[in-house]
Design a protein around this ligand. Structure first.
Ligand code: UN1
Length: 499
């Protein structure tokens, strides 16, 4: 058999050492395409392990903080080059660990490579400004400084990309890190940290704690040695983190869900819009916070659009993402599968009509994994639960609208605000959408997925708490501004008074 079937037994990474959980407990990472297959066994950590990791990070912090920015950047660049070398190996591991099809897994690793190069490039850019003082013989400037030890908690749907959006800027800014990856994708996270070690990151600067949210994540968020928390995941967990951090006056940046929509206007290139809807709704089995889970379609082209979409959906091939020609992989685990099907039942009860899908896929080999048929709902009203709540699976809801005003209102009628898209050939319509769509990311003539790392990523409303990842603002989450005044006049000068 190939090396791919070997079960990896791994420890936490604390101060560069591999350690089991203090109480010896472990848990498994399994292949969602064949859930009998164990991919890895890792420690099930608790508060004691978290504490050890925070201490190790605190020990490593002073040395790392003193390391010049360009030197820090070089380590991140080397990590990016190693990611590039190991792209195929990592992509295959990712497909086994969380199911996304291989081409998408390669894209996930590529997003990490892009982030490494981009952040390494920032290591020689100005890290502050020199600005004029209102007084003579006085120098005024700003500089970024690290926060200290930061806690990074990441989801399973982008097991390399999202950790790199957080780890690389945190490290460039001079922080030490305790990293708790999602329990469904521990090995991808471990490989990323091994690559950082190989790239020359000193021991203890990044520590990994494997475990479950309540047992390992929560003690990490609470730990007094943790200066800030960066989290991507669900709204309920984000709210919990926010509740813990609030009274502690601890910084937390939350990147939560989405209920993203593609608006299809009657004047759009419909073939292009169908391509976009198919990719946006069913790429990664709909398990993206940017997934196109609503399709808001002008009634004049409703039948034409839905017929074409359903025809395309019927040709999607489900299966193990490692198999050539498979379009849609499994969903992450049994709990999610049940939840996704639960939403199909809710949608039917609310009066939605399933045009295609709507069932657990269990024929042949699919029965060995967690597969759900790509599902399209018609006759959906904007206020139905399937049009309001994040499902995080291969289900999308077609909502008919009459006019552009109607379309924009429906697209904005959600508590989330991550990504919204509009298809049109009309320039005025496009620019109205750019201005009026309430989201952190807006696409014209492209689906709601596919953000690039050199632009800020994040959302408004319940999607987050006002932060952005990536782009030129990537370091903001992980640094404090310090303002510095140097008075070389040799006498007291009073700002606002000695004018
Ligand atoms: C996510 O779904 O959590 O824009 C991130 C995209 C990807 C990132 C998605 N580049 O779809």
């Amino acid at each position: 058999m190939s090396a791919e079937v070997a079960v990896v037994e791994a420890g936490n990474v604390i101060g560069g050492e591999r350690r089991p959980a203090a109480d010896g407990q472990t848990f498994e990472s399994r292949n969602p395409a064949r859930h009998a297959e164990v991919v890895g066994v890792v420690p099930r950590s608790g508060a004691v392990d978290v504490d050890a990791a925070v201490r190790a990070a605190a020990d490593a912090l002073p040395g790392w903080r003193r390391t010049p920015w360009p030197r820090r950047g070089e380590i991140i660049l080397r990590a990016g080059l190693l990611l590039e070398q190991r792209k195929e190996e990592l992509a295959r591991l990712m497909t086994r660990e969380m199911g996304k099809v291989l081409v998408e897994a390669r894209g996930d690793v590529q997003e990490g490579i892009d982030m490494a190069k981009y952040i390494a490039g920032q290591s020689r850019l100005p890290f502050g400004d020199t600005v004029p003082s209102e007084l003579p013989d006085k120098w005024a400037m700003t500089m970024r400084q690290p926060l200290g030890v930061v806690g990074i908690i990441t989801p399973w749907n982008f097991p390399i990309a999202i950790p790199t959006w957080k780890l690389f800027p945190a490290l460039l800014a001079g922080n030490a890190v305790v990293f708790k990856p999602a329990e469904d994708t521990p090995l991808c996270a471990l490989r990323l940290v091994e690559i950082l070690e190989e790239a020359g990151l000193p021991a203890g600067v990044v520590n990994i704690i494997f475990g479950l949210g309540p047992e390992a994540g929560e003690p990490l968020v609470r730990h007094p040695g943790i200066a800030a928390v960066s989290f991507t995941g669900s709204v309920p967990v984000g709210r919990r983190i926010s509740e813990i951090c609030g009274p502690l006056l601890k910084r937390c940046s939350l990147e939560l869900g989405g209920k993203n929509a593609i608006v299809v206007m009657a004047d759009a290139d419909l073939e292009l819009a169908v391509d976009g809807a198919l990719w946006g709704a069913f790429g990664t089995s709909g398990q993206r916070c940017t997934a196109s889970s609503r399709l808001v379609v002008q009634r004049r082209v409703l039948d034409q659009f839905t017929d074409a979409l359903v025809a395309r959906v019927s040709r999607l091939r489900l299966g193990d993402g490692l198999v050539e020609g498979v379009d849609v992989g499994p969903v992450i685990n049994e709990k999610q599968l049940r939840r996704i099907h639960g939403y199909t039942e809710i949608g039917r009860d609310e009066g939605g009509r399933v045009l295609i899908g709507g069932e657990v896929a269990s024929q042949g080999e699919l029965g060995q994994g967690w597969f759900y048929l790509p599902t399209v709902f018609a006759d959906v009203r904007a206020d139905m639960r399937i049009a309001q709540e994040e499902i995080f699976g291969p289900t999308t809801a077609v909502i008919p609208v009459e006019s552009l005003d109607d379309a924009l209102a429906v697209a904005n009628d959600t508590t989330y605000g991550l990504s919204l898209a509009l298809y049109t050939r009309d320039l005025r319509t496009a620019f109205r959408a750019i201005d009026e769509l309430e989201a952190g990311i807006v696409y014209v003539n492209a689906p709601t997925i596919g953000a690039e790392i050199q632009l800020p990523f994040g959302g408004i409303k319940s999607t987050g708490n006002g932060h952005r990842e990536a782009g030129l603002v990537a370091l903001d989450q992980f640094s404090e501004w310090k303002s510095i005044y140097v008075d070389y006049g040799g006498r007291l000068q009073r700002a606002q008074i000695d004018t």
